[in-house]
Write a protein that binds this ligand. Structure first.
Ligand SMILES: [Ca+2]
Ligand SMILES: [Ca+2]
Length: 182
């Protein structure tokens, strides 16, 4: 089954925890693993319901060293991006579709000084409603090249961002933007 952020995460419960011994193999997915703190050991990451806020979600980590990340409302897809900024730890992308699956948001988290922060300003984009994005496209959405980080975003004036029937994106027609890394 192709990865999709339109898949609801409502099936998640607090019993669906990633554990120290479990290293999820999928990427992208609702559970991924990576060495997010750069200590040389992999941590599992998964999406759970928030205990503090109803109808909201958190990303929970198998390592108790890593604080959870509140991600708000809705269906999410996690991508281990590898080490984008060369600080030794993997970055974590969170794709969400907060408005009925018609708009997507992307946040890229990096872990440093014992906390999570956005690697660059999070942003939203729209590629239409229920448009299919493949696993490879999610993996390619953010890339590091020659010490710079780039992300992809649709040009709202480009009519060729979607396939003819509108069911898929044409990844090569997305704009590639250099991220202003913090
Ligand atoms: Ca680690
Ligand atoms: Ca990093």
């Amino acid at each position: 089954m192709p990865a999709s952020i339109n898949d609801s995460t409502s099936g998640h419960s607090n019993t669906d925890q990633v554990t120290e011994s479990e290293l999820p193999q999928e990427n992208p997915g609702e559970k991924v693993s990576g060495d997010f703190d750069g200590d040389g050991r992999q941590e599992g990451a998964g999406i759970n319901r928030s205990e503090a806020k109803e109808e909201e979600y958190v990303i929970h980590f198998a390592s108790s060293k890593l604080p959870q990340i509140e991600i708000g409302c809705c269906g999410s897809l996690l991508v281990n991006e590898g080490d984008l900024n060369n600080d030794g730890g993997d970055e974590l992308n969170v794709f969400q579709s907060p408005y009925n699956g018609c708009t997507n948001s992307l946040r890229t988290y990096t872990y440093s000084n014992n906390k999570w922060r956005a690697l660059y300003e999070p942003f939203m984009f729209s590629v239409g409603c229920s448009t299919q994005i493949s696993e490879q496209e999610y993996l390619d959405w953010v890339v590091a090249e020659k010490g710079e980080v780039y992300y992809h975003i649709p040009d709202p004036n480009d009519e060729d961002v979607l396939s003819e029937d509108g069911s898929k994106i044409v990844f090569s027609n997305l704009m590639k933007v250099k991220a202003k890394v913090n």
